[in-house]
Design a binder for this molecule. Structure first.
Ligand SMILES: [Zn+2]
Length: 342
């Protein structure tokens, strides 16, 4: 721990706990931990230095931005929004000023920034043998609606296209439904939990009747234990409950992030980010699991896109490409392509 500079004993104790929980970061020269809102925060300048990004390009009171060595990080103080390597992310807790300098919570350093910047260092990645595809909704549950059709039809069509592409790449594919049938949410991840070497990918389309301008793609992984989902400001009692999905939380995030980079690199849609949620299909999955919202059926432009078989074909191809990048990462340690590489 060369270069360690910590002022107070209390801080030292917290620093050591933090480092012990983060063996991969043990060589960090300097991680001064400050308590903000009752949580441990580290300066973003230290984070940028550790990942080889050098001095921040902009480090005003509100915006912290650094890049270098093929990595980039932009964070806004008092916001949970972050741009990491060109795609949007939602932090568990807002960035804050700590001792006058922009800082980020150690939860976000461990659970989002580190796996996003070093996916090849994520522990628990395992070979992908089978992809379980989950077409959202079905039967009496139509999901969202556009003038051109129902979410349940578009998700099923997308899954069928995606299945063909993954099978052509040599993967085994299992689907939770292959017809217009209703399946309880709890039964969907169960299909994947029974299959060794499976990953679970749930396909949905979005809606916001009250806000037709809302558009863009978002990819979800389970929220870290003790952290609120994206879009929920405070920590609720349920956020502290351990779910099956938490055993693989950084792996889930890595799958989401890898697929999201492929979507953003290959499709024209806006980037709403890699988000966190406690959806049943993510909580109950004992295998790596994500849920993708492929655009808003309530937005005129995206509704037309989703209704176009050519767009759905391109969308399925982008998801397949992302899954194959994740497979290469998990099996060969090859760092996945980022948005700018597609
Ligand atoms: Zn849905």
């Amino acid at each position: 721990m060369r270069g360690l500079r910590v002022a107070a004993c209390g801080q030292m104790a917290r620093l050591l706990i933090f480092l012990l929980a983060l063996p991969a970061l043990l060589r960090a020269a300097d991680w001064p931990v400050t308590s903000v809102d009752g949580r441990d925060y580290v300066p973003l300048a230290s984070v940028a230095t550790f990942y080889g990004m050098g001095a921040p390009a902009r480090s005003g009171a509100k915006i912290f931005a650094a890049s270098g060595g093929g990595k980039s990080l932009q964070v806004e103080v008092d916001s949970r929004e972050a741009i990491i390597d060109g795609v949007r992310h939602w932090l568990s807790f807002p960035a804050r000023l700590a001792n006058g300098a922009p800082a980020v919570s150690t939860v976000d350093l461990r659970r989002t920034i580190d796996p996003a910047l070093r996916p090849d260092k994520v522990a628990g990645l395992r070979p992908v043998r089978t992809v379980v595809l989950d077409a959202g909704h079905g039967g009496h549950d139509n999901g969202a609606r556009s003038p051109y059709g129902s979410e349940k039809e578009f998700t099923l069509d997308t899954v069928r296209r995606l299945r063909k592409k993954l099978e052509a790449a040599g993967l085994r594919v299992v689907v939770t439904r292959n017809s217009d049938t209703f399946i309880e949410l709890e039964n969907r991840p169960r299909v994947a939990n029974r299959i060794p070497g499976a990953i679970f990918v749930s396909i949905h389309y979005n809606s916001a009747d009250w806000k037709p301008a809302a558009n863009g793609l978002e990819t979800y992984a389970i929220s870290p234990l003790g952290a609120p989902p994206s879009g929920q400001d405070v920590v609720m009692a349920r956020d502290r409950e351990t779910e099956a999905g938490h055993a693989l939380e950084p792996v889930n995030f890595t799958l989401a992030n890898t697929v999201h980079h492929a979507l953003m690199g290959r499709l024209p849609n806006a980037d709403r980010g890699v988000k966190r949620a406690r959806f049943v299909v993510l909580k109950d999955a004992a295998v790596p699991a994500i849920l993708i919202e492929g655009g808003f059926l309530t937005n005129p432009t995206e509704a037309r896109r989703v209704a176009d078989p050519k767009w759905r074909e391109a969308y399925a191809a982008a998801i397949a490409a992302g899954i194959l990048e994740y497979k290469r990462l998990a099996e060969q340690g090859v760092k996945p392509r980022e948005k700018a590489d597609w």
